[in-house]
Design a protein around this ligand. Structure first.
Ligand SMILES: [Zn+2]
Ligand SMILES: [Zn+2]
Length: 206
């Protein structure tokens, strides 16, 4: 098998942006069939076996809420209350309240609240393993999608890397040192090429 030429070129400019601005999906292992499935953050779908989670049309359950006050205190004893989401919301005269029992004095009271969400609802997605992942010299090299892969290949393949117009910690600025080391360039590019091959085999198209 002929070695593909590594995409080493002269210079690249940091395109700016954080990791989530590269592409809009993350390819993960399908929880049903283990093939590549597309995760958008709010839903997961697998073209291979048809597995799909129904995207939540109502991101906020009406039962979950948290106290609106940035520094909520118990109206009985004055001790601070924590602001975590609770499944005890209710509407009274068109306003939302959440029922909280104070840890200090045990009194339960309704407090003005903002709509929250069930913290368990978003958990399953985080547990899904990323599909485009490989090992490079004991380190894990991963990309979310093809846009992310293209950007990394362009940046890490360049001999000269220039800061772009965007200040601060861009995705490129935050890459780990092993990935940016010139001594690792060939290894890292080979890893990215493997991920591209893996994507092609899996029918990943974005
Ligand atoms: Zn599947
Ligand atoms: Zn209290």
């Amino acid at each position: 098998m002929a070695e593909r030429e590594l995409p080493i070129h002269h210079r690249a400019t940091d395109p700016g942006g954080r990791v989530w601005s590269f592409g809009s999906v993350t390819w993960v292992h399908c929880p049903e069939c283990d093939h590549a499935a597309k995760s958008t953050g709010s839903s997961v779908s697998c073209a291979h076996c048809g597995y799909a989670t129904i995207p939540s049309l109502k991101p906020y359950s009406d039962k979950w809420a948290y106290p609106t006050s940035s520094n909520p205190r118990c109206s009985h004893c004055g001790n601070p209350l924590d602001r975590r989401d609770r499944p005890t919301a209710r509407h009274k005269e068109g306003k939302l309240f959440v029922s909280i029992r104070c840890d200090h004095c045990d009194e339960t009271e309704d407090y003005p609240a903002s709509p929250g969400s069930d913290p368990a609802a978003s958990r399953p997605y985080r547990l899904l393993r990323r599909y485009l992942e490989t090992q490079v010299g004991g380190e894990t090299l991963w990309v979310n999608n093809l846009v992310h892969l293209d950007a990394l290949e362009d940046w890490l393949g360049a001999k000269v890397r220039e800061r772009g117009p965007q200040p601060g910690l861009t995705m490129m600025a935050k890459l780990p040192r092993w990935m940016k080391a010139s001594t690792n360039r060939a290894k890292v590019l080979r890893g990215l090429a493997q991920l591209r091959e893996r994507a092609e085999q899996a029918g990943i198209d974005e």
